[in-house]
Design a binder for this molecule. Sequence first.
Ligand code: RFL
Ligand code: PHB
Length: 395
Amino acid sequence: MRTQVGIIGAGPAGLLLSHLLHLEGIDSVILESRSRQYCEQRIRAGLLEQGSVDLLNDTGLGDRMNREALVHDGIELCFDGKRRRIDIHELTGRQVSIYGQQEIVKDIIAARLAAGGKIIFEAQAKEVGGFEGDKPFIRYVHEGIEHRLDCDYIAGCDGFHGISREAIPADIFKGYDRQYPFAWLGMLVQAKPTADELIYCHHPEGFALFTMRSSTVSRLYLQVEVDEDAKNWSEDRIWDAFHRRLGQHDGLEVSMGPLSQIAVTPMRSFVTEPMRVGRMFLAGDSAHIVPPTGAKGMNLAIADVSVLARAFIAYYKKNRTDLFDAYSATCLQRVWRAQHFSWWMTSMMHPVAGSAFDNERQIAELEAVTSSRAGSTFLAENYSGLPLASWREPV
Ligand code: RFL
Ligand code: PHB
């Protein structure tokens, strides 16, 4: 089989890239190791920056999102028994939207298939090669049979555990890594939201985050031990922890309901440099991950592919390769801003076991951020996201 752009991974990065290329008449094939159902039901991110929402709208993917997303003007930070609101809209003119990652995945898969797009599910990429020359290929296994996809370019959108990053030659690859001494326990709750906006809560016992998916489904996260087993958390233990951490702030009453999808998420920051080698490009989690405290992972994946799509358009329409050359540096500028913000939010919100100094330092920082307009504006600007360059800007 042959295509112009061979894409590994049907997460937000790979799917959106395929859609953007299709809008400009560029052919792609997506290879995805999981089933369609698995991809559409994987519970992950929920918060979209304004720029991500605008991009989905501009490319015809916004219908259901506009009906179902919850649009928020602000977030709350709770600490030291207090609730403080950051009015993102007033400070930046921007908003953020709650719309589950799996809903975006469903919407793009439907749009790609309706347009005759080729997504091969349950096709595991085993090898990428030829990208340092001019004959890139991807070897993959589908229904027990090995196949080869030849392409002009490879887009490695295969997430943090994929194969494309591993294929970068060791003498070129540089990785920047930071691991954190705690993890998050995440879960869905069949219950109306506890509040209208997200609540990030610093508590001496551990961080807690209240977020939501709809008017009937909430999502909760609790800071837990780094090597925690979700089985150690009974429903009673989870609710006790929420009541102690979140419920001790004025007027907050945690709304309860049946729990599901209880799972531990490790916290890690990672950046790959460069994000391009020859005819292979990395985009999204395959190139970088952030701890979820800043809600940046999926938004960065969307930003990467908007830059990559434009580079492909410049190449296929005008034979220009300068945007390929600029791809890695362009993306990494935004990636490092998001890395800093995610690390900063994480370091401010998670109490450090056994360190009374850090605990007091965090409370002082939260006071500063929430009581100073400059501090709140810094948080609001970064949380709601830097503007995205237009992927369709004439090339
Ligand atoms: P994905 O979504 O991991 O997709 C990669 C796809 O590649 C497939 N794959 C392969 N296919 C074929 N052959 C192979 N050899 C393959 N290896 C892998 C995989 O099956 C998969 O389908 O990466 P992508 O597209 O880069 O998207 C990134 C986002 O998924 C990720 O950044 C976010 O989920 C991070 N994240 C959040 N991001 C936000 O912007 N806002 C949030 O509120 C937010 N909250 C979160 C999050 C991530 C979390 N977890 C579980 C890590 C909350 C949590 C708890
Ligand atoms: C989510 O809704 O799952 C979510 C929101 C904000 C975060 C992390 C996760 O910072």
